[in-house]
Design a protein around this ligand. Sequence first.
Ligand code: SLZ
Length: 254
Amino acid sequence: MKKILTTVATVVALCSAVSVQARPLDAIQKSGSITMGSEGQYAPFNFFRGKELTGYEIDVAEAVAKKMGLKYEWKAVGFDALLTGLAQDRWDLVIASHAITPEREKAVSFTLPHYCSGGIIVAMTPAIKTAKDLAGKVVAVQTGTTYLEHVKKVPGVKEVKNFPTDEAARNALVSKRVDAWVTDRFVAKEMISKNAKAGFNTGDMLFVEQVAAAVSKGNTGLSDAYNKALKELIADGTIKAISEKYFHEDVTCK
Ligand code: SLZ
């Protein structure tokens, strides 16, 4: 047993020795371009319009990059791979609606938040509105999200079904494979305003959260520069204007 543990420890040590850290600020500045990762399946925060990645978070990050004097390049991948990709040097920064949580903070460093929101209950009947109403019900959430963690803690929920994308979780509700869907309140609001006749009903917010970009753990040079630019863009009204464009309201943290 001891030998196996030693072998495992050696392999882990070797892996970390060869792993490359995401680039510090000066390396990014030297190259002139920052590589950013997002999901592209979470309208209106980040989504594809044809081949173009767009949305509130995409516009915010591009404005920040420009303010930092940088060009940018996007990588879009599944939500699950985004934070781990920071430690693998696949991108310098992730912006994909990640809430700041103690668990995630063990692995990455967060910037200042670019919006404040929360998880809301959505159902096809007005009878399911509160956490209590979820007792005995099947609830759809996206894998790897704070929605999953919070719904798991609601007493009496019959089953939490998880899906690779938020859209797939929503489709499960539409096709009545689940009784409720928990998603972001602004995602729900926008989706319902675009599908007014579909019969969606929103209920209570289950929890609130602050959502921020993430950089590799301890990359404070990059997060400080990002924060400085973001603060300036909040102060001069740029972020508010981007928010109004996608949500018709200001979603920044008050
Ligand atoms: N804000 C939630 C969901 S992000 C989901 C993106 N599709 C979280 O932090 O997990």
